[in-house]
Design a binder for this molecule. Structure first.
Ligand code: SF4
Length: 457
């Protein structure tokens, strides 16, 4: 239906509202968060620092968390001088130290800017979260982020605890002796894992964590940390479920959820390809009972020889994690053991050649992902390897430390801007989907040629 024309006084065109600056948001030593008058909020896109405006931000997504960053001072814009500078003390409460406030956005958005701050001497690395820029406007917080998926799959308002608890009880009667179901209870009730909760709520996507091992050592691994200054946010699964246990959990979900997805490769495990010996038979078991549901694997795709038989057994889609499409940058973050980036690419080509749905879990950090070098490389990569979907995700790692590491690998040019990057790639690859979640096969786009030859960015 054509949008009704808004009526306005004859002859006077509707004026576009001028973007307004956001007020700076900081915290004091006690962690109390407040806005600082006469200072505007600033976002960082790598070395580029720019004031946040209503035009470049969105209302803070529900369920997002504000974080106080210790041992750092906020970088703000002084409205009197127009200068962007670090501010150490509260100008309205002499002597009071102030600290930056960042936002850990809820799922569905990708960061346009990270929080702008200056490290104080002796600063420790930040814990494993993403640190988005945030400001205050009129009656609410606004986040420097771009919406890439509006699906309420992990919307906490749709996940009431009492329903989760009754779902757990229900599964205790359905799957009384299933260790994997018991493990997922812990994920849902203790870790608060949205995928675990969705299994007990009978919504969207259920997790099938299986693997205790991984052949990568990601700097930001959330299930097993090698860095003494970092803590993994959840423990790795401590057993390998049997093919029957996996299949029963999957079938319990598929039988009660329309357009359901069941996924190997969760935050509480290593890489599922390392557990192919049980995953292969589990997929065969599931497909021997039903063609319904989408069987997906979130993986580092490091072993094409192991992936092939799983695709043949009935795996419908894969989501391949990468922080970069350039080998040197990938290797610096994933620190692969016994495989190379070329094997990851080989797995992607293999799955595409088998008409399976392929998504990239693109771990974004403004300043790196939108660097001209990564932007150009991504365009070339997508032309050669026409994946179907980019899940624009936020890298959960200290942004300053990450950019330092990547800059050592290869110098980063001035960022083009995340919004511009998304527009350029969208224009260049009109058939490429953007999102945040693993789609069910009912929503797989028909496999069309990714590139439109005649459009230059
Ligand atoms: S691929 Fe996954 S499990 Fe393996 S090290 Fe990286 S984040 Fe951890």
């Amino acid at each position: 239906m054509k949008k009704p024309k808004r009526s306005h006084r004859k002859g006077k065109p509707q004026e576009r509202k001028k973007p307004e600056l956001l007020a700076a948001v900081v915290a004091n030593e006690k962690g109390e968060i407040f806005d600082l008058e006469d200072f505007a909020a600033v976002g960082a896109d790598g070395p580029l620092l720019s004031p946040l405006t209503t035009g470049g931000t969105i209302d803070l997504p529900y369920g997002s968390e504000l974080m106080f960053l210790p041992d750092r001072m906020p970088v703000l814009m002084d409205l009197e001088t127009g200068q962007v500078r670090p501010v150490d003390r509260n100008p309205y409460s002499p002597g009071e130290r102030i600290f930056p406030v960042a936002v850990f956005n809820s799922p569905g958005v990708v960061l346009a800017c990270t929080c702008a701050y200056k490290e104080r001497p002796g600063t420790q690395i930040l814990p494993l979260f993403s640190y988005g820029a945030v400001g205050w406007h009129r009656d609410g917080f606004r986040s420097a982020a771009i919406v890439v998926d509006r699906e309420p799959r992990q919307d906490l308002r749709r996940m009431p605890r009492d329903k989760i608890v009754s779902g757990v009880k229900h599964m205790q009667t359905q799957l009384p002796d299933n260790r994997l179901a018991r493990h997922l209870e812990h994920c849902a009730l203790t870790y608060g894992c949205p995928a675990g909760k969705n299994f007990f709520l009978g919504r969207y996507e259920a997790p099938l964590p299986t693997s205790q091992a991984c052949n990568a050592r990601c700097l930001g691994c959330i299930s097993l940390q090698h860095d003494a200054h970092l803590t993994s946010s959840q423990n790795r699964i401590a057993f390998t479920p049997s093919a029957e246990e996996i299949a029963d959990v999957a079938l319990a979900h598929i039988r009660r959820v329309k357009n359901s997805v069941v996924s190997f490769g969760q935050g509480c495990e290593g890489d599922p390809l390392m557990a192919a010996r049980v995953i292969g038979p589990a997929i065969t078991l599931i497909r021997s009972k039903t063609e319904d549901g989408t069987i997906n694997m979130n993986t580092n795709a490091s072993l094409p020889g192991v992936l092939g038989p799983l695709l043949d057994a009935g795996l419908d889609s894969i989501r391949v994690s990468m922080n970069s499409v350039r080998e040197a940058c990938y290797t610096a973050y994933f620190r692969p053991k016994g495989y190379r980036f070329s094997q990851v690419v080989e797995s992607i080509d293999l799955a595409i050649s088998r008409s399976k749905h392929v998504a990239i879990n693109y771990l974004n950090c403004p300043g790196f992902t939108d660097s001209p070098e990564e932007t150009a490389a991504l365009s070339v990569f997508l032309e050669k390897h026409p994946v179907h979907l980019i899940q624009w995700r936020n890298l959960n790692f200290d942004p300053k430390r990450y950019l330092q590491i990547m800059n050592k690998v290869t110098p980063l040019g001035p960022p083009v801007g995340m919004d511009r990057l998304l527009q350029m790639i969208r224009k260049r690859f009109p058939n490429l989907q953007y999102g945040y979640f693993n789609p069910p096969k009912e929503r797989f786009m028909p496999f069309l040629p990714a590139v439109q030859k005649d459009i230059t960015p």
